[in-house]
Design a protein around this ligand. Structure first.
Ligand code: ADP
Length: 621
C-alpha cells in the first residue's frame, strides 16, 4: 500500500502537482533550498514510513533576529501537522515561507530554482554599491536615463533594511490629503505652530514664517480638508531631528537637503507608481511621523517593485558581491569599484560615468556606532541590532578612506525592547504596552512603561547591564500557544514559573524585591495612579499563575550619520569639495535626519535622493 502511495505521489510530482500532502512521502533524507529574506535557506528533511520525522537546518543567511523568530516554530509545525503549508510566524513572513518552500523542494513538491552564473563585467556606465531601496532606485533611474548599470550587493539577496522596514512613505500629497478631513486636534496643533518664534528655528526660521502664512490662509478659508505642505514637512524634520549630543552640541537637519527632500517627495510618489508601485488611497501617521502624511503600499514590499523595474530596465545585478574599495584616479575622481565575490575573487569594475554609494547605514556594526556615539550614555559595543547583517557601514568607511567628509555620525536610533542575545523583536511574551511591567536586574521598576521609545531606551541603558525584564501573568501567557512558550523557554528567551518567587530565582533577581515591586504595581493599577513614574494607562493586575519574564535590552536600529552630500548627491570631501564621479543616497548619507529620523522618512529619503543620484551619475562626464 505504501509503495502504491509513493508511486501515486511520484506520478503526481512528475505531473507537476504541488502543495501539502497529509502523508506518504518517500522515505529517506533529502535536502531542499529556497529563497528566504536574505538569500537561500537550505534544509535537510527526513521521512520515515511516509511521515516527516525531522527537519534540520543546513544553511541560512537570515538575520538572527528574523531567523530566531521563525525557526524552529515553522519546522516543528510542519512535523506536527505533517503538512508543508503551515502558518507563517508573524514578523518573519519571508523566513517562514522560505522554510516551507525549502521543505517542499526537499520533498519534491515543488522544483528548486536553477540559477545561471552571470559574469561580472569589466565596466559599466554606472556602478551601484548596495541593493536596498536607494541602490535599486538609483539603478532604475540611471537605466531609464539610458546608462548601462551594474549593481553589486554583498548579501545573498536584495533588500537590505528597506525590505524589513515598515514600508511607510511620508509626502505632502494634495491629491490624497484634500480628500481627507482635518482632525480638530490637528487644527489645535496648527494654531500652536502660529505661536512659535522663527528666531528659535535657526536657518529654518524662514520656513516657519512660510508655514505660518500657509496656516493662516488655510484657517481663513474655512477649509476642512487635511492640511499639509512640503514646508510643514520640512518644519517637522527640523523639530523631530534637532537633538543635543553628549558633548553639548546641537545638531539640526541640513536646510538645503531637507528642501529638496520635502519638495521632491510627491514627485517620487508618482515615480514609484510609474514603475508599478500602488499607494493606498489615504494617508496615516506611522509611529514618530508627526503628521498624517504617511503612505502605505497597496501592493507589497517596495523592494519587489524596484527589483522588478531594475530587471526590466536591464540592470545587471550581482548578489554575494561586496564592494571593498573605491578606485580613485590621479585627479581624485572615483573611476570604479573593487569588488569581492563569494569565493574570494577580487575584480575591478570601471565606471564610465559614475559610482553610486548606496550601502546603507551601520547599525549592524556596534563597535563603529560606539566609536562615534555622541547621544547614548553607556552604549555597549556588543549591543545587538535589528538590522540586516550587511548594514555594517562599508560604504561610509570606503568613502572615509578616500577623504569623504562624514556628518552626524554620533546619532543612532535604538529599538528599546529586543532580545539581549540577538536583537530579535518578536521572541518574547508581553501584551499591550499599558499592561506591561518592566523591572531591572535588582527586581525594581525604573520607568513609565508607556513612555516614548527614546525615553525607554535611555532608561534601560541606565540599568545594570542595560537589561530589563517584561513581567506578565496568565492574562498574557495564557493567550500564547503553549508550544511557542516552550520554544521560547528552551531558546532562553523567556522564563516562566508558577510563583513570583520561583520566577525571581530563574531571572536571578532578589525574590522579596520582585514580589514587593509587583504588589506595589498592582496597587497602582487598581488605583489607576502611578505616583512613582507617572504611568497613566494600565492593564490588569499581575497576580495569576503562570508568570513570565522576558529579558530585554535596547538594540541598534538606524544610524543617522554618514557621508556628507550636496543637493546633487555628490559626496563632499573634508575640504568641502565635490569628489568627482561619486554619488550617494540613502542611509549611507548623513545630514538629512540630523539627530533623529522621523518614522516614514527613510523611504522618502532613498526615493528622492536615489533618483537624483541615479540621474546625475548617468549624466556625469
Ligand atoms: P538604503 O535604505 O539606504 O537603501 P538598505 O539597508 O535598504 O539601505 O540597503 C543597503 C544595502 O547595501 C544592503 O542590501 C546591504 O547588504 C548592501 N551593502 C552593504 N555594504 C555593501 C558592500 N560593501 N557591497 C555591496 N553591498 C553592500
Amino acid at each position: 500500500m505504501k509503495k502504491f502511495l509513493s508511486l501515486l505521489l511520484c506520478v503526481a510530482m512528475l505531473m507537476g502537482c504541488a502543495g501539502a500532502v497529509a502523508e506518504g512521502w518517500n522515505d529517506g533524507t533529502t535536502t531542499g533550498t529556497a529563497a528566504g529574506l536574505f538569500g537561500d535557506i537550505t534544509v535537510e528533511v527526513t521521512v520515515e514510513n511516509g511521515a516527516i520525522t525531522a527537519i534540520n537546518l543546513v544553511k541560512t543567511n537570515e538575520t538572527e533576529n528574523i531567523w530566531n523568530t521563525a525557526w524552529p516554530t515553522v519546522a516543528d509545525a510542519i512535523i506536527a501537522a505533517q503538512s508543508t503549508d503551515v502558518d507563517v510566524v508573524s514578523g518573519a513572513t519571508f523566513a517562514s515561507n522560505g522554510i516551507m518552500n525549502a521543505v517542499k523542494v526537499a520533498l519534491g513538491e515543488i522544483e528548486g530554482e536553477t540559477k545561471e552564473e552571470a559574469v561580472l563585467p569589466e565596466s559599466a556606465d554606472v556602478v551601484i554599491i548596495g541593493g536596498g531601496g536607494a541602490g535599486l532606485t538609483a539603478a532604475v533611474t540611471a537605466a531609464q536615463a539610458g546608462s548601462s548599470v551594474v549593481l553589486v550587493e554583498k548579501m545573498g539577496a536584495l533588500g537590505g533594511n528597506t525590505k524589513i522596514a515598515g514600508q511607510g512613505f511620508n509626502a505632502a500629497d494634495p491629491a490624497r490629503q484634500e480628500k481627507m478631513e482635518m482632525d480638530s486636534a490637528l487644527v489645535e496643533t496648527l494654531k500652536a505652530y502660529l505661536e512659535l518664534d522663527p528666531a528659535d528655528f535657526g536657518d529654518f526660521g524662514p520656513v516657519l514664517e512660510t508655514v505660518k502664512g500657509q496656516i493662516n490662509d488655510y484657517l481663513a478659508s474655512g477649509a476642512t480638508y487635511l492640511f499639509d505642505t512640503p514646508e510643514l514637512h520640512m518644519l517637522h524634520c527640523y523639530m523631530g531631528g534637532t537633538r543635543t549630543g553628549l558633548n553639548g552640541e546641537t545638531i539640526s537637519p541640513d536646510l538645503a537637503l531637507i528642501d529638496v527632500f520635502a519638495h521632491g517627495a510627491n514627485d517620487s510618489l508618482t515615480w514609484l507608481e510609474s514603475i508599478g508601485g500602488a499607494w493606498n488611497d489615504t494617508t496615516s501617521t506611522i509611529l514618530g511621523a508627526m503628521w498624517p502624511r504617511s503612505h502605505g503600499l497597496a501592493n507589497g514590499n517596495v523592494i519587489d517593485t524596484l527589483q522588478a523595474a531594475a530587471e526590466k530596465e536591464g540592470v545587471q545585478i550581482f548578489v554575494n558581491t561586496a564592494a571593498t574599495e573605491l578606485v580613485v584616479d590621479d585627479n581624485g575622481a572615483v573611476t570604479g569599484v573593487v569588488v569581492e565575490t563569494e569565493n574570494g575573487e577580487k575584480k575591478t569594475i570601471t565606471a564610465n560615468k559614475g559610482v553610486v554609494l548606496a550601502s546603507g547605514g551601520f547599525a549592524a556594526n556596534a563597535p563603529l556606532v560606539v566609536e562615534y556615539n555622541n547621544y547614548w550614555p553607556g552604549l555597549s559595543d556588543t549591543m545587538a541590532s535589528t538590522n540586516a547583517h550587511g548594514i555594517t557601514g562599508d560604504g561610509i568607511l570606503m568613502a572615509r578612506e578616500i577623504g569623504a567628509e562624514l556628518t552626524g555620525m554620533g546619532y543612532a536610533q535604538l529599538m528599546p525592547s529586543s532580545a539581549p542575545s540577538d536583537g530579535s523583536l518578536f521572541t518574547g511574551i508581553w501584551g499591550s504596552a499599558e499592561g506591561q511591567l518592566f523591572v531591572n536586574k535588582e527586581g525594581k521598576r525604573y520607568v513609565n512603561e508607556y513612555a516614548e521609545r527614546d525615553v525607554l531606551a535611555k532608561a534601560a541603558l541606565e540599568q545594570t547591564d542595560g537589561l530589563f525584564f517584561i513581567i506578565c501573568d496568565n492574562d498574557v501567557v495564557g493567550t500564547v500557544d503553549p508550544a511557542r512558550v516552550k520554544q521560547l523557554e528552551e531558546g532562553g528567551y523567556v522564563y516562566t514559573a508558577d510563583t513570583l518567587e520561583e520566577l525571581a530565582e530563574k531571572m536571578g533577581v532578589p525574590a522579596d524585591v520582585l514580589v514587593e515591586t509587583v504588589n506595589t504595581y498592582n496597587q497602582y493599577t487598581l488605583d489607576k495612579h502611578d505616583p512613582e513614574f507617572g504611568k497613566e494607562l494600565f492593564g490588569t493586575t499581575i497576580d495569576e499563575a503562570p508568570f513570565s519574564a522576558t529579558p530585554r535590552s535596547p538594540s541598534l536600529h538606524h544610524t543617522m550619520g554618514g557621508v556628507k552630500i550636496d543637493t546633487d548627491t555628490h559626496v563632499i570631501n573634508t575640504n568641502g569639495e565635490v569628489i568627482k564621479g561619486l554619488y550617494a543616497a540613502g542611509e549611507v548619507c548623513g545630514g538629512i535626519h540630523a539627530g533623529n529620523r522621523l518614522g516614514g522618512n527613510a523611504m522618502t529619503d532613498f526615493l528622492v535622493f536615489g533618483r537624483i543620484a541615479g540621474q546625475n551619475a548617468a549624466d556625469c562626464k
